[in-house]
Design a protein. Structure first.
Length: 288
């Protein structure tokens, strides 16, 4: 088992260098079978931070072997989040982006992490407890953001699917996401952010499984005032369940004066427009 954990350390180092993704993928295929049924949480160190993951989940396995769920958005964080920044992590999950933003913004920065799922909230707080330096600048908010105050039910994708983890929970019930996780609280994004901090918002990350446009509409005035950079996941299927589309979301941001960029390999930015937005199934986009 010690060999497997050592191999994980090697794999994470390779995953960060050009072409190293394929080495990390090979090592995962060779060694992960001995870990995928391991119960409970495992911790590992990367970039001076301690991460806490469940190796039995798709998300946890990716983080353990790669060092990140997906490196391209992390490379974007490294390039754009500066010391002293005030950041928002909307859909904080177990805290991966929260830790990175806190590390990059430093002791003069602030990170406001919003996570409405009670189980993910527990994991987020447990992760922060392992990272005292980062935790000092993080404020955890136990609710989600939308365009109105509401109490809604949260659903989990079916067991056996790649998306079967708490971080993929959605407020939109479907035939493949019908396991209830109970009720969660949503608050108007503009009002909640005003209560959270009076500082200028510099960077917002949003990944809330189809509810992104509702949250953006709720914080429109704050976006117009502060013009933060926005890192956002745009998933066509999730947005369609919310009765909207990538094109509508992209058009909203374009209307506010943002330039949109598709995040590619190693964080490379490529043009992204409302006109072509519906051509992509699931992408990360940076709005500048």
């Amino acid at each position: 088992m010690k060999l497997v954990y050592f191999t994980g350390t090697v794999s994470r180092a390779f995953a960060q260098i050009p072409g190293g993704f394929y080495v990390a993928k090979l090592l995962k295929n060779l060694f992960h079978s001995g870990l995928k049924h391991q119960a409970g949480f495992t911790t590992y160190r990367s970039a001076g931070m301690t991460f806490r993951v469940e190796l039995s989940t798709n998300l946890g396995a990716k983080m353990f072997w790669r060092g990140a769920h997906s490196w391209p958005p992390i490379f974007v964080l490294q390039r754009y989040v500066k010391p002293g920044f005030t950041c928002v992590d909307l859909g904080a999950n177990q805290g991966e982006y929260t830790l990175w933003m806190s590390k990059l913004a430093g002791p003069g920065g602030e990170v406001h992490s919003f996570e409405p799922s009670s189980k993910m909230l527990e994991q987020l707080r447990a992760t922060l407890a392992l990272n005292s330096a980062q935790a000092q600048t993080v404020t955890v908010h136990p609710f989600g953001l939308s365009d109105a105050n509401a109490t809604v039910e949260l659903f989990l994708p079916q067991a056996g699917s790649a998306a079967h983890n708490e971080g993929a929970a959605t407020v939109f019930r479907t035939s493949t996401a019908d396991e209830s996780l109970g009720s969660i609280e949503l608050r108007n994004a503009g009002e909640a952010l005003q209560s959270a901090t009076a500082r200028k918002l510099d960077f917002i990350k949003i990944d809330i499984e189809g509810s992104e446009l509702r949250a953006l509409r709720g914080m429109r005035e704050r976006l117009e005032r502060d013009r933060p950079l926005i890192l956002i996941e745009i998933n066509r299927t999730a947005l369609e369940l919310a009765e909207t589309s990538p094109r509508e979301l992209a058009a909203f941001l374009t209307e506010l004066g943002y330039q949109l960029h598709l995040i590619g390999t190693r964080g490379r930015l490529m043009p992204y427009s409302a006109e072509r937005a519906n051509e992509f199934d699931d992408v990360n986009v940076l709005a500048i």
